[in-house]
Write a protein that binds this ligand. Sequence first.
Ligand code: CMC
Length: 428
Amino acid sequence: MSETASINLGEKTYELPVITGTENEKAIDISKLRDQTGYITIDSGFKNTGSTKSAITYLDGEQGILKYRGYPIEVLAEKCSFLEVAYLLIYGDLPSQAALDEFQRELSYHALLHEDMKKFYDGFPSKAHPMGQLCSLVSSLTAFSPESLNPNPTQDDINLTVLKLLAKMPTIVSWIHKGSLGEPFIYPQNRLDYVSNFMHMTFGQVTHEIDIDPVVVDAMNKLLILHADHEQNCSTSTVRIVGSSECNLYASISAGISALWGPLHGGANQAVIEMLEKIKDDGGDTDKWIAKAKDKNDNFRLMGFGHRVYKNFDPRAKIIKKACDDILAKLGINDPVLEIAKRLEEAALSDPYFVERKLYPNVDFYSGIIYRALGFPTDMFTVLFALGRLPGWIAQWKEMRENKEPIGRPRQVYVGAVDRDFVEMAKR
Ligand code: CMC
């Protein structure tokens, strides 16, 4: 007999179906609860609420497990390129060599931006934050792709939009960087693979060819893979909920980029480096900053620590910490904030406050140190997170549309005033 959950309301008992996922995750299906009982559930921050059934990413926060389409993140980060992982997330399987070559060829074909888009770049002040530019520029792609506006797109329309977005995102991101430096834009090169092409457009010069260090490309591939999807987090849920109104993919992703920007989400990678710099400039007393993080009257938090779902360790942080040591050694860089990061981590991991609350370093704790070593300015870090997360957002948007999910529309419990008497302006 299938499992059910009972709920008692007054004299009545209601049986609710229980759903079991392929990794044995359990959920009580409350989709008919209001119709049957007149009650809703409330769960601020959706800490216990599943919004969908998804076949893309599995994570177990207690065990520190993360898998994309059934493959452990450790294996994918070690053996795959970012493009292979993007293909896996979006189309469901790892590509053959022929399929990957064709995917790369199609992305190269679409990598150019319409020349009119340069006018948008000209409109931003040089100090405009890259994340603000990114969400505007991604949304503006709709203007050049009218086929994306159809609320009921054909499969071919969706495929074209997916390819265009994946292809143009590295160009958009690298041009934001070039724009902030006042340097001329570097055009994409078809002979280069996805990540090498991105590095070429970001760090290349019109005056001469640059060598793209394979060590740097390798590190970048790894970082992008580690960020590629993370099931129903704040930005991904935003992409799905915006898309559920039959809003086009570009605008849905643009909304996801905005959600990612905040320091409690993707913006944490920028906030971590700023925090480490501040601690360094303040004399490097990590105990003082640990005490501040624990003080409930102080709004300082240890950025890069804690996670809504990981309550043991973040498997991405483990891979990144090692990658950070490797890349700094290979590039011969001695970053003084790395020492502070290590001391801070050590102190927090043995402090009862952090141990009791199961607060561990997350993916953002060490990623900024690597981005910095690769030559990116701090305010570009969250944009790089977005570049990595793009295939995950696309896969989640596609899944939501293919499953024909209903428009997202939570309910609420109203706690405001009841029936007030209106008073004319003259008497208020
Ligand atoms: N420093 C100090 N205390 C913390 C921290 C922290 N970084 N994170 C959580 N706590 C405390 C919090 O004060 C609370 O204590 P108490 O139970 O005494 O009130 C307890 O731990 C639980 O925290 P919470 O805010 O209820 O947990 P949450 O699941 O709502 O928030 C989080 C998760 C990631 C927003 C939070 O841990 C945080 O703000 N971390 C710093 C920002 C950060 O690194 N974000 C990146 C997340 S990973 C990238 C991504 O995928 O977005």
